[in-house]
Design a protein. Structure first.
Length: 276
């Protein structure tokens, strides 16, 4: 059995299928880990959701910010953006089954000292604490008042973790860290506007995974979300968002031996995503 981790798909169904053909993925034997943002901006979000859902236990996905946005729009607590491509899902006959399935996916997956999350972990969080906090937010998302949770999910404050946070503020920090984090200060203050390259990181901030004495540094963290970062392969860090949606590539890594497989995407980007 092989385990393949794949970067942000964002509705690029054809590229996902072609990449799986390239690696000769066998759903009866292999496992597919997806770092989130299955949907949005690309042309075939509905097909992606149906495909990954149909893989059953052969696929493990964590939720990204675009996946959560879909759920919020479907509940009527968020508005569609001009660049959203979610209409196919919202009008599909199997809409409710797909949304229920999506709402029951994880925010974090941990296995054999590997941790998969969409965006990142705050530097003060151990893996054990991150697992516990992910469970808190997952329970809220799956609970009877999930619409209330989604309605209060948005916002940039608080922008720093405190153990005494309660209610929606606590859940918002958890969600923002797992699905939106790119850079932060050494004491974990998050900044959400920056989407650019590492060389341009704002003064006083650094990529979350470069904060000294990061509490999760003993595990290998697999993540996406930061397309300007591209493919990063370090001993304890694997970044997989290589910007298929923007004319880059869709990337898979076989976790057993870190073999990298890429499918060049033929899309022509109108702009780099971090400067629009």
């Amino acid at each position: 059995m092989a385990i393949y981790a794949v970067g942000d798909v964002q509705g690029c169904y054809i590229e996902l299928v072609q990449l799986l053909e390239k690696i000769q993925f066998d759903a009866s034997q292999d496992q597919l880990w997806l770092v989130g943002d299955l949907v949005n901006r690309g042309p075939d979000s509905l097909k992606v959701l149906r495909f990954v859902k149909a893989l059953g236990s052969s696929a493990i996905t964590v939720l990204g910010n675009h996946d959560l946005h879909l759920l919020a729009v479907a509940e009527g607590v968020a508005a569609l953006h001009h660049s959203d491509t979610l209409g196919g899902i919202l009008h599909a006959p199997d809409r409710e089954d797909l949304l229920f399935w999506l709402r029951n996916q994880k925010l974090l997956h941990a296995e054999n000292n590997l941790v998969m999350v969409h965006a990142g972990l705050l530097p003060g969080w151990t893996v054990k604490q991150a697992i516990s906090l992910a469970c808190e937010a997952e329970q809220a998302l799956r609970g009877d008042d999930y619409a209330g949770f989604l309605a209060n999910m948005y916002g940039n404050q608080p922008n720093q973790w405190r153990d005494d946070l309660l209610g929606y503020e606590r859940l918002r920090v958890i969600i923002n860290a797992f699905t939106r984090l790119r850079i932060c200060t050494e004491d974990g203050e998050m900044e959400f506007k920056f989407k650019g390259e590492v060389r341009d990181v704002l003064q006083g901030y650094r990529p979350w995974f470069e904060v000294p004495q990061r509490a999760s540094a003993d595990a290998t963290i697999i993540f996406g979300h930061w397309s300007a970062l591209g493919l990063v392969m370090q001993e304890r860090i694997i970044a997989l968002d290589t910007g298929c949606l923007w004319g880059g590539a869709l990337t898979a890594i076989r976790l057993e031996d870190r073999a990298v497989f890429q499918l060049t995407c033929d899309r022509v980007p109108v702009e780099k995503p971090w400067i629009v």
